[in-house]
Design a protein around this ligand. Structure first.
Ligand code: F6P
Length: 325
């Protein structure tokens, strides 16, 4: 087993609330265990450019409650090349970084898996994405905050929808995954929820809306995931507007507000538990795993299955929207 004296930590891909809490947990638990810690700025790009910063206990003071990431994030095109990864590995080795903790989503884990395969650097993944689409953990860091941010906004939209008796098509994030749409849909009492995981024909959407309108509800909320096959809320409005000429229909795209803001208590605790477990995993000799929490217990999963096996939504949750509308 390779001796680990110094670890590197980075955040990569789309930021998510709670990433700072995870960096803090990794940094402080590594120091607690007698290790040195190097922060790598701008994700993998920082490894390629040797953008390193030594981390101390106080480097992460006053960060647990903050959104974004103090180490910055990026989606590095250079790291997708063999040459880029070789340069990153060379810099890590030159700076005596023995192992890496990477915080991010599927793209981040894909990069870490290949880096380990090509250069033998031990890597541990921490699931940080608002999309909640990684298998091997019940929830990803940032998901709970994003849900609550979206919900707060949607509740406000419901007020105005009700006051004007309007229909709102609200788009939430999720290019490939509908977890945010599904759970905000249930929590806001949406009349219809559209996800990338389910194929709903335009005619079905129209007849569902006609059925809802026939019930004379005073307001209608349709939650549309960004990656739904309808093309998202703006596109959906274009596709159906001629059939609903008499309806006062508005669109609201929530966008990146879902990625920012102070993490919820739940995300801070999740990030703290997983961060500490990630350092333990490296010291226990794991070389390519993701740390998650399943049924309230820490669980290690081969890093590859975190991103290659798509986490599926529970269809009975979607039924709730239909039953309760
Ligand atoms: O993966 C997180 C996420 O917010 C997705 O929900 C969304 O599709 C994507 O990132 C947006 O990425 P960007 O900020 O690069 O536009």
């Amino acid at each position: 087993m390779k001796t680990i004296n110094k670890i590197g930590v980075l955040t990569s891909g789309g930021d998510s609330p709670g990433m700072n809490a995870a960096i803090r947990a990794v940094t402080r638990s590594a120091i607690y265990r007698g290790l040195e810690v190097t922060g790598i700025r701008y994700g993998y790009q920082g490894a390629i450019e040797a953008d390193f910063v030594e981390m101390h206990k106080l480097s992460v003071s006053n960060t647990i409650q903050k959104g974004g990431t103090i180490l910055k994030s990026a989606r590095s095109k250079d790291f997708m090349t063999k040459e880029g990864r070789a340069k990153a590995a060379k810099n890590l080795k030159a700076n005596k970084i023995d192992a890496l903790v990477v915080i991010g989503g599927d793209g981040t884990f894909q990069g870490a898996t290949i880096l380990h395969q090509e250069h033998g650097i031990p890597v541990v993944g921490i699931p940080g994405t608002i999309d909640n689409d990684l298998s091997g953990t019940d929830e990803t860091i940032g998901y709970d905050t994003a849900l609550n941010t979206a919900l707060e906004a949607i509740d406000k939209i419901r007020d105005t929808a009700d006051a004007h008796e309007r229909m709102f098509l609200v788009e939430v994030m999720g290019r490939d995954a509908g977890f945010i749409a599904l759970e905000t849909g249930i929590a806001c009492g949406a009349e219809l929820t559209l996800l990338p995981e389910t194929l709903v024909h335009l005619n079905e959407i129209k007849s569902s809306l006609n059925e809802i309108l026939a019930n004379k509800k005073r307001s209608t909320l349709v939650i549309v995931a960004e990656g739904d096959e309808s093309g998202g809320a703006i596109q959906l409005q274009q596709s159906i507007k001629d059939d609903f000429k008499d309806i006062d229909m508005r669109v609201c795209v929530l966008g990146h507000i879902q990625r920012g803001g102070n993490p919820t208590a739940r995300d801070r605790v999740l990030a703290s538990r997983i961060g500490v477990a990630a350092v333990n995993a490296l010291l226990d000799g794991h070389v390519s795993v993701m740390v998650g929490i399943v049924n309230n217990n820490i669980k290690l999963t081969p890093l590859k299955s975190g991103w290659s096996k798509k986490k599926s939504i529970q269809m009975e949750m979607l039924d709730l929207v239909k039953i309760l509308k």
